[in-house]
Design a protein around this ligand. Structure first.
Ligand SMILES: [Zn+2]
Length: 286
């Protein structure tokens, strides 16, 4: 899937060189891009990732964020058919199935194999090719997924096609205005690029290829004729699971990982007043 690395996918202005050889920025709408290649379903890359650490590290935080998000969704759409793109371990679908007829798609074979035993309706493959042309949903959800998909405009077009009238699109993703991301950029400028590389998930099977903020994300949704109906922020870190998360993509040095944790915990009280590192938008098909 070729991606144009010269033009901003939001506002079509020329992208400029960012902080590293693989990082690009749009100076007009502040969208950021990375020339990093996904390697989903490649065994050698998977071997470097500790899936158990990843799962326990993220679960508590994700579940509480999903509950908040579902409350927001249900204020706009109380029931119907819900599709989650990139449903991973099925945690969101398990929460959503009390209100919605849930369906998930997941491209990673090993993660798909794990979710199959949960009794959820999940299909292996990439959106939109994995769907039949006539399959239509009332709600389509991307939980920390859109930032991994190279051709974001093509995927948003497909969301419209597979969405009922007045359907709801739900997107949450890392925020380029978030405090940790901004600190990582500062450290990168000071010749400490490891935290910046980690937030882009450089070297992992599915790195981030975009960084949006709430205003350029809203802008690209409006380009695809969606109307923004709600938005906000989600929690980024919980002290109890932090070490697992840092160690998951870790430096291999316990001491350095612990130092990163201590630094982040020191910032936790500031979370409520500083820009959150995860933002969400809920938009309606016009
Ligand atoms: Zn732009």
């Amino acid at each position: 899937m070729a991606r144009d690395h010269t033009k901003c996918p939001v506002c079509e202005n020329d992208l400029s060189r960012g902080l590293t050889s693989w990082h690009l920025v749009c100076t007009v709408c502040l969208y950021e891009s990375a020339i990093l290649t996904p390697h989903i379903n490649v065994e050698s890359v998977h071997a470097s990732v500790d899936e158990v650490s990843r799962e326990s590290g993220l679960k508590t935080l994700r579940i509480s964020n999903f509950e908040r998000l579902l409350n927001k969704i249900r204020q706009l759409k109380g029931d119907g058919a819900l599709l989650e793109i990139g449903c991973a371990h099925g945690w969101f679908l398990e929460k959503a199935q009390s209100a919605f007829d849930v369906f998930g798609v997941e491209p990673d074979q090993s993660i798909y194999a794990g979710v199959q035993g949960k009794g959820l309706n999940v299909r292996l493959g990439y959106f939109p090719e994995v769907l039949e042309p006539g399959e239509v949903f009332d709600v389509i959800v991307f939980n920390d997924v859109l930032e991994h998909i190279p051709d974001v405009n093509r995927v948003l077009d497909a969301c419209r096609r597979h969405m009922a009238d007045k359907g709801i699109l739900v997107i949450n993703l890392p925020n380029s205005r978030g405090v940790f991301y901004r600190i990582s950029k500062l450290l990168c400028k000071l010749s400490v690029p490891s935290f910046f590389e980690r937030l882009w998930q450089k070297g992992l099977p599915s790195p981030h290829v975009h960084y949006f903020d709430s205003s350029n994300l809203a802008r690209i949704l409006r380009v695809h004729d969606f109307v923004i109906r709600a938005g906000g922020r989600l929690s980024t870190v919980e002290a109890s699971s932090l070490y697992d998360r840092v160690a998951y993509a870790g430096s291999g040095s316990v001491v350095r990982d612990l130092l990163v944790c201590v630094g982040i915990i020191g910032l936790l009280p500031l979370q409520s007043i500083l820009p959150s590192d995860i933002v969400y938008l809920i938009a309606e098909k016009n």
